[in-house]
Design a protein around this ligand. Structure first.
Ligand code: NAD
Length: 270
């Protein structure tokens, strides 16, 4: 079964909630052992432990580990710990991300830097650590057609501009060319690098933007498919991109947005 991840090991960063949680569950369901990363902040450890418990209750294998993806030593230590716990690494899902919205003329350097550090530098550090291990180890034809798989959680805001979230859009635009450049560089070594680019998914990151009925209606008017995305919509695509079922796919952003990027305002025009 080309969808099977049995015998493989995955790290999912920012996996204690939202899309990372769903990706961790989907990867474990397909048979991978999953390192559920969370930031070393109050409350996150308990949430990650609950994700691990869910996966185990489902018959899967998982462990939780705190590491701040924006810190080089912590990311490298996370990969070392994964190798120690599970004996290898086959899949890196660089998913951790934050938003710090502000009008551009009021955006502080710390708001700018926080988003770039986690979303872009964190993705670089996670992907670099994985690539180093994939290259050191080389292909494992008994496990997978590829010698390693990297999946970034980007966003439709890697190509749709976002007023009041210029830091976020810049981080995801940067992520797009990080992903494509890595894919071009690593393809000869049989390492595949791709992104998922979600639209509006029901997770804690955007809970405030759908507080009221009116806000919810505004959001839905942007989505031709007529519903918000669920974390599982993204999770199962991450598992597919990590499996041999997508073996010839590399350097691609898979847009998963219910048609949000299809210029829905034009349905009524012309
Ligand atoms: P979320 O807030 O539930 O998930 C983000 C996760 O990242 C959290 O678990 C958080 O603890 C973790 N995190 C934050 N800083 C970290 C750090 N320094 N080190 C390690 N982990 C850290 O929201 P989500 O929507 O699931 O977000 C996941 C990814 O999906 C993000 O990269 C986000 O930009 C992207 N995304 C979300 C949407 C959406 O509509 N929800 C759309 C497009 C892209």
């Amino acid at each position: 079964d080309p969808h099977s991840l049995v015998g493989q090991v995955a790290i999912v960063t920012g996996a204690s909630s939202g899309i990372g949680h769903a990706a961790a569950k989907a990867l474990a369901k397909a048979g991978a052992s999953v390192l559920v990363n969370h930031p070393p902040t109050a409350g996150s450890m308990e949430k990650a432990a609950a994700v691990v418990a869910e996966i185990k209750a489902d018959g899967g294998v998982a462990a939780a580990l705190g590491a701040d993806v924006s810190k080089e030593e912590q990311v490298d230590a996370m990969v070392r710990e994964t190798l120690r716990l599970f004996g290898g690494l086959d899949i890196m899902v660089a998913n951790a991300g934050i938003e710090r919205p502000a009008p551009i003329h009021e955006m502080s350097l710390s708001q700018w830097q926080a988003v770039i550090d986690v979303n872009l530098t964190g993705a670089f550090l996670s992907a670099r650590a994985a690539a180093r291990e994939f290259l050191r180890r080389g292909p494992q034809p008994n496990l997978s057609l590829a010698a390693g798989k990297i999946v970034f959680t980007s966003s439709v805001h890697e190509f749709i501009p976002w007023a009041f979230q210029a830091n976020y859009a810049a981080s995801k635009g940067g992520m797009m060319l990080l992903m494509k450049s890595m894919a071009q560089e690593l393809a000869p070594m049989k390492i595949r690098v791709n992104s998922v680019a979600p639209g509006a998914i029901r997770t804690p990151i955007n809970a405030a933007s759908r507080d009221t009925q009116a806000e919810m209606e505004d959001l839905l008017s942007l989505i031709p498919y007529g519903r918000l995305g669920e974390p599982e919509d993204i999770g199962r695509t991450v598992a597919w991109l990590a499996s041999d079922a997508s073996d010839y796919v590399t350097g691609t952003s898979l847009v998963i947005d219910g048609g949000m990027s299809l210029y829905p305002a034009f349905r009524g025009a012309g």
